[in-house]
Structures are given as structure tokens and as C-alpha cells.
Design a protein around this ligand. Structure first.
Ligand SMILES: [Zn+2]
Length: 109
């Protein structure tokens, strides 16, 4: 694996922050003065309270990004979760949260 995982991780982390910021309309009054702190903390949390404030689509994306970050940390990033073959780098570039190779990806998704 020649891919730069640090860059990928950075990319996923900023995506996560962006997704969590989307919920700001719901909770802005709670943390108007601490927005940066909150986002910082929220990106560390595995906290369902945060997720409850997100709509389904955003929540789904947040979970995908978190899982991708966990795979990076666990050294499993870039492997298909179904057949365990390496996911092509170009696919990961296009979709950093991909956890399946093209062959295993359900056409419905
Ligand atoms: Zn596969």
C-alpha cells in the first residue's frame, strides 16, 4: 500500500467536522460560543447524542466516515470487507469511505 494514509485521515477528519457542523442549526444555541471546541470534541466522540441531532443521511455519512477512520487506525483501511482484496487506490481517492471493492459493492448503493 503506497497510499498516503495520513492525508486520507486528514481528509476524513475534515469531512467529519463538516458533517457535524451541518447539525449546527439544531444545536447552535447550545454551543454558539464554543463552536470550534464543540466540533473538536464532537469529532473525538463516539457519542450517539450527537448523532441523534443529525438527519438520517448525515448520520449515515458520519458513521461511514467514522468507520473509515477506525479502519485506518486498525490497519485495515483499503481492504474490501467482503473479499479482503485490496481496494484500488483510485477508488479510495474518489470515495475515501469505500469499504468494498467494485466487485463486492452492491449495485443498489
Ligand atoms: Zn471485494
Amino acid at each position: 500500500m503506497t497510499m498516503n494514509l495520513d492525508a486520507t485521515e486528514q481528509r476524513l477528519r475534515s469531512q467529519l467536522s463538516r458533517l457535524l457542523r451541518r447539525s449546527s442549526a439544531v444545536t447552535s444555541d447550545l454551543r454558539a460560543e464554543h463552536d470550534d471546541d464543540w466540533v473538536e470534541r464532537a469529532s473525538e466522540l463516539e457519542n450517539d447524542d450527537v448523532l441523534e441531532q443529525l438527519d438520517d443521511l448525515t448520520r449515515n455519512e458520519v458513521q461511514q466516515v467514522r468507520q473509515a477512520l477506525r479502519r485506518i487506525q486498525g490497519g485495515q483501511y483499503g481492504r474490501c470487507v467482503v473479499c479482503h482484496s485490496a481496494i484500488p487506490e483510485a477508488r479510495l481517492e474518489a470515495m475515501p469511505t469505500a469499504d468494498r471493492c467494485v466487485g463486492c459493492q452492491s449495485p443498489a448503493e
